[in-house]
Design a protein around this ligand. Structure first.
Ligand code: GAL
Length: 681
């Protein structure tokens, strides 16, 4: 059985860099970690040179000593492949392994993640170091798992080296077989872009107006994801040959241009995330009007959960954020490390590892604080970690329980990447995604992200009463078939403006809009427009409720006997025109809304569809608190997370057990600032 995230325990750990400290400190450090319940360390992710100091010369003593000491102390170790930071000898001798900017200038040695995934030399060197590390260390009793690389695509998620262009051509040849097909898919007749030889095709390059063919860019993002995934698999396949059967393979963080569902299928046993909610208080980006701040990380955690239902946090914030060149954020206030740890657990984390034990005294991350400051003396944050350990001890029964939600937000990578390259798409999508998250939080409505993939089926959707698919600009016949079946079987599907106007190449369809979604939504869109800036907020009305039809408006017409106009626009020149149509389809219903979703809009939908405050018979909470629910064996665990600097008053309407105290509670309860409660029902 896996030693972590195995459904039987919730565990704590910490990131440690034995190479940053004098060896004489290791023993004391490990003892002090164990004393506060940090019983797993992650090591070695940037330490290539300690294993291969010169090309082809391998030395294992350094990590042997550390691993032996760890085993002696009963400390578990997650060992990493060190490929995020190639050694100087490698990049100097083989500059082709470096990533380049869009002009082809190489990113040089001195930072990290400066390599490209497609260089045959880098693949060979990576294969060697992973093979040597796994062959030597994998059977060590201290090791319980492996981390691939460190944060794929962090720092940079675009690749423009020569190897990338060569690999892109191959990717395209496999996808399209002939240049004619590529020319057709990319619409290269536009502006005379027709290709006559594969050698004429490049990864996007600098162009006049920076407007690279959009269909090419969409394929380029798919290509990057494919490159990362095949590189991760190269490493995972090697480790699997050597690791103990119970040891897991993971990677950490979530970044752009990666299909993580595929990575989990191809390479990982479980995904881990790096959670730094203190960015909500970052000096440069701080927005006093933002009601979410550190609560935005619940959105990220929901994305992690869409990959691994129970996951790990490899790096959980434990000190101030900052590099010497960027980012300035305060030290977590008393209670916040606990709050953020519980935020992770609330969303499904069964392992939480803090970043990092001691704050580094050199390098660009001297301000990225760990639990301890430079001197290593005991401090308030270490005291808080000890209390967290105590609390985690009391909530062990939660291990393996699953986050539960009746509302889902559908996503797919084609639309995510299309929104990344297409301004019209991103404008509606960002407004709706933000508003959905904020409103679901404020109405204490747990939700999941649900990814539509090639392997998806209606069973993946069946547990949700309502699914929002806000702006599926790209639709496919296969995805539409699953959605139709979901609705036919009784589901409620809500789609927003701009649905169905593109195909998988990102080309616009000539069908009547919303294209493939016309049938299930019973909707036709004879006309559409951006909301004109001098129209202000365009409003719509549904049964007396007025709300915004933000950003972009499809002017709707119902089609067929089952379609019913529920709402109309009440401002602009199209006042009186249908803005919302409900179509009864089989046992369920599909809603087509002509705008993007603002917060008041989401609120109206949740109220009318009966999804808001699903636990209000049990508990009432102010907006400053998040409610997250995990479930196991018929028991529900209600997490109350107070993100505010003010105390919060909550009301328990039924008798519940407080998991931290073991006592039964009911009625009015005061939750202290940054406080957390977990109740069992
Ligand atoms: C993470 C990364 C760590 C460390 C930390 C602080 O993204 O995995 O290695 O760099 O951020 O910047």
């Amino acid at each position: 059985m896996r030693k972590l995230i195995n459904g039987t325990s919730i565990d704590l750990g910490v990131c440690y860099y034995p190479e940053h400290w004098d060896q004489s400190l290791w023993s004391e450090d490990l003892d002090r970690m164990m004393a506060v319940g940090l019983k797993t360390v992650r090591i070695a992710e940037f330490a290539w040179s300690l294993i291969e100091p010169r090309e082809g010369e391998y030395t294992y003593e350094f990590f042997d000593s550390f691993l032996n000491l760890a085993a002696e102390k009963g400390m578990q170790v997650i060992f990493c492949t060190p490929t995020a930071t190639p050694p100087a000898w490698l990049t100097e001798k083989y500059p082709e392994v470096l990533n380049a900017d869009i002009d082809g200038n190489l990113y040089r040695h001195g930072s990290r993640r400066h390599y490209n995934y497609n260089s045959p030399v880098y693949r060979e060197k990576s294969r060697n170091i992973v093979e040597k590390s796994a062959a030597h260390y994998a059977k060590h009793p201290a090791i319980v798992g492996w981390q691939l690389d460190n944060e794929f695509n962090c720092e940079n998620d675009r690749f423009y080296s020569e190897s990338d262009t060569l690999a892109f051509r191959k990717f395209l040849q496999e996808k399209y077989s002939t240049l004619e097909e590529l020319n057709q898919a990319w619409g290269t007749r536009f502006w005379n872009q027709t290709y006559t030889a594969w050698e004429e095709v490049y990864v996007p390059r600098k162009t006049n107006n920076h407007s690279v063919n959009p269909h090419e860019v969409l394929d380029y993002y798919r290509f990057i994801s494919d490159s990362v995934n095949s590189y991760a698999k190269l490493q995972a396949d090697i480790i699997r040959k050597y690791k103990k059967p119970e040891d897991f393979i993971t990677t950490n963080g979530m970044f752009a241009n990666i299909d993580y569902q595929r990575m989990e299928r191809d390479s990982l046993d479980v995904l881990m995330y790096d959670s730094y909610p203190d960015f909500g208080y970052e000096l440069d980006s701080y927005n006093p009007e933002d009601a979410m701040k550190d609560r935005w990380w619940s959105r990220n955690l929901s994305e992690v959960r869409a990959v691994s239902s129970n996951f790990g946090i490899m790096e959980q914030q434990s000190g101030a954020n900052g590099w010497n060149t960027r980012m300035e954020a305060p030290t977590p206030r008393p209670g916040q490390i606990t709050l953020w740890t519980m935020q992770s657990i609330a969303h499904g984390a069964d392992y939480v590892s803090y970043f990092r034990w001691r704050t580094c005294t050199f390098g660009t991350e001297i301000y990225w604080h760990g639990i301890l400051d430079y001197s290593g003396r005991d401090n308030r944050r270490l005291g808080e970690i000890a209390k967290i350990y105590d609390k985690v001890g009391k909530i062990q029964e939660i291990a393996g329980s699953k986050y539960v939600a009746k509302v889902g937000i559908i996503k797919d990578y084609d639309n995510i990447w299309d929104a990344q390259l297409d301004r019209w798409h991103s404008r509606v999508d960002s407004v709706s995604q933000n508003a959905l998250f904020v409103t679901l939080q404020q109405t204490h409505t747990p939700f999941d992200y649900v990814y539509l993939e090639k392997i998806s089926s209606v069973e993946d959707l069946g547990q949700y009463e309502v699914l929002f698919y806000p702006h599926a600009c790209i639709l496919t016949v296969e995805r539409m078939a699953i959605l139709e079946q979901y609705v036919a079987e009784g589901g409620k599907l809500v789609m927003g403006c701009r649905t169905g106007y593109k195909d998988m190449n990102g080309r616009c369809v000539t069908d009547y809009l919303p294209g493939l979604a016309s049938k299930v939504t019973g909707t036709d869109i004879p006309e559409y427009s951006f909301v004109a800036p001098d129209d202000g907020h365009v409003m719509a009305e549904w049964d007396g409720a007025e709300f915004e039809a933000a950003v972009f408006n499809d002017l709707l017409a119902p089609v067929g006997d089952n379609a019913e106009v529920l709402g109309t626009y009440i401002s602009s020149y199209y006042a009186g025109c249908p803005a919302l149509i409900r179509n009864r389809f089989g046992k369920g219903e599909a809603y087509y809304f002509g705008g993007a979703f603002a917060e008041d809009t989401v609120r109206v939908f949740l109220d009318k569809l009966g999804e808001s405050e699903p636990y209000e018979e049990w508990i009432r909470l102010p907006e400053s608190c998040e409610l997250a629910v995990r479930e196991k064996g018929g028991k529900k665990y209600l997490f109350v997370l107070n993100y505010s600097a003010e105390q919060a008053e909550i009301t328990l309407k039924t008798d519940m057990r407080n998991l931290f105290t073991g006592e039964r509670e009911m009625g009015q309860i005061v939750v202290e600032k940054y406080g957390v409660r977990i109740y069992v029902v």
